[in-house]
Design a binder for this molecule. Structure first.
Ligand SMILES: Cc1cc2nc3c(=O)[nH]c(=O)nc-3n(C[C@H](O)[C@H](O)[C@H](O)COP(=O)(O)OP(=O)(O)OC[C@H]3O[C@@H](n4cnc5c(N)ncnc54)[C@H](O)[C@@H]3O)c2cc1C
Length: 409
């Protein structure tokens, strides 16, 4: 049977769109299939380190960054506010040399811009098409898809030697090839409220993001400032292992955190107009196969379980894995993809998971002794960007905890 494409990418979020863009730029014949019509909503805070730009050919698409966050305002139960600058010591937070700033985007616009770049690079982008099944044989994969919704049903079928599974936390590709059968899911809730920047609160500003630790068990709440809106959310990022999760009670707990922020900043949005969107986050849980043995199917982003187990962010790691998968296919190394990906992320994420275990079990101690340290915010920004790795800080962190405990004893 003939092959229609060199690679079919299933799912058009940041990881899939990046993979399609890079594969097309490498001269491969690419199809990108996305379930929903662009631009589509994805529950997400839309915050990311500037480092994302270095993994995207041509940098971040023009016009999508709405604000650059330069300060984090940390609270415990909405009290004890601590404002920290994300910039490296010695650099003014407002200087353009501060490469640690956090970019804030609207996901519909960001994802759409990446998919359009992939199209301009030569990828065939088909939105509104749901991947339904994958059939693997000796020399290729057949992907079958059909349209979503009530209109006239469109069916699509394509064959290629490689498929990239970029279909997120609830995707079908990993299941179809029996990868990632055991998953560790975090859970988060968010809403986006229109906002005019004329608040009398000193820290409700376009360059300040807010993080709340005491009101959420094993997670945190946030406000991310955008051009003309606030993204307000909360998540549990260190779920109890093995315990059956009651999503309804978890959701109620997270809703209370978001309402806490509404009270704090005198916001009074209507629930009907501004609903809360919930979504799971597949956390890193260690090395495991992220490809089929010969490299016919590769998983990226949330589909591969690449959410940072400490911060709960996934955009950078989705983009990174999309880039690694595309270049592995382009350089005939698809059979080696898991190793190439793990070389980039595994040590760091393993250490992040260990530190998350401590941070989320002893959040008040960590708020007082880590978050509020003068360099706490800068270190967090470096870890988010990957300038500093969790594996580099874990030894020093253990010593620091030991010294603090001894001092107290
Ligand atoms: C509430 C919340 C807040 C978050 N905030 C942040 C944040 O501020 N910063 C950050 O870095 N990360 C954040 N994350 C995590 C981040 O959203 C994800 O890690 C990121 O979206 C992963 O990108 P992806 O491309 O792998 O998957 P997705 O963005 O989920 O994209 C997958 C795509 O595949 C499509 N798809 C699914 N099934 C099919 C199918 N069968 N056929 C075709 N297409 C399909 C979907 O429609 C979707 O467009 C947050 C997550 C949540 C839930």
């Amino acid at each position: 049977m003939s092959l229609d494409y060199d690679v079919i990418v299933c799912g058009g979020g940041p990881s899939g769109a990046t993979a399609a863009l890079m594969a097309a730029q490498a001269g491969l014949r690419v199809a990108l299939l996305e379930k929903r019509q662009y631009p589509r909503h994805k529950p997400c805070g839309g915050g990311m380190p500037m480092r994302v730009g270095t993994w995207l050919p041509g940098g971040i698409p023009e016009g999508v960054v709405e604000t650059s966050v330069r300060y984090l305002h940390h609270t415990w139960k909405f009290q004890n506010g601590h404002l920290g600058a994300v910039c490296p010591s010695g650099v003014s937070p407002d200087s353009s040399a501060s490469s640690l700033a956090l970019w804030m985007v609207q996901r519909p616009r960001f994802d759409n811009a990446l998919a359009m770049q992939a199209q301009q690079a030569g990828a065939v982008v088909k939105d509104g098409l749901v991947v339904r099944s994958l059939i693997l044989d000796a020399d290729g994969v057949t992907v079958k898809a059909s349209s979503l919704g009530d209109g006239r049903r469109i069916t699509w079928s394509g064959r290629s030697p490689h498929v990239i599974g970029a279909d997120g936390a609830n995707g079908v590709v990993a299941k179809a090839v029996k990868l990632r059968s055991r998953r560790r899911l975090a859970f988060a809730l968010e809403t986006e409220l229109p906002h005019h920047w004329e608040s009398d609160h000193p820290y409700l500003r376009p360059d300040v993001a807010h993080l709340e630790y005491g009101a959420v068990r094993r997670g945190y709440g946030w406000i991310f400032p955008k051009g003309e809106s606030l993204n307000i959310g909360a998540g549990v990022f260190y779920p109890h292992r093995g315990k059956h999760t009651n999503f309804r009670s978890l959701r109620q707990e997270l809703e209370q955190v978001i309402e806490g922020y509404y009270r704090q900043f005198n916001l009074n949005p209507s629930r009907e107009r501004f609903p809360l969107y919930a979504h799971p986050l597949p956390l890193w849980q260690g090395r495991e196969p992220r490809q089929t043995p010969g490299g016919q199917v590769l998983l990226v982003g949330d589909a591969a379980g690449l959410v940072n187990p400490f911060f709960g962010d996934g955009i950078l790691h989705g983009v990174k894995s999309g880039a690694i998968a595309a270049s592995a296919i382009a350089s005939q190394q698809a059979h080696d993809y898991s190793r190439l990906l793990h070389r980039e992320v595994a040590l760091n994420f393993d250490a992040a998971r260990l530190l998350a275990g401590f941070f989320y079990r002893f959040p008040h101690w960590c708020f007082t002794h880590v978050v509020q340290r003068p360099d706490g915010t800068e270190v967090a920004a470096r870890l988010l960007a990957g300038d500093l790795t969790f594996s580099q800080v874990s030894g020093r962190f253990a010593q620091y905890v030991g010294r603090q405990l001894l001092r107290r004893a």
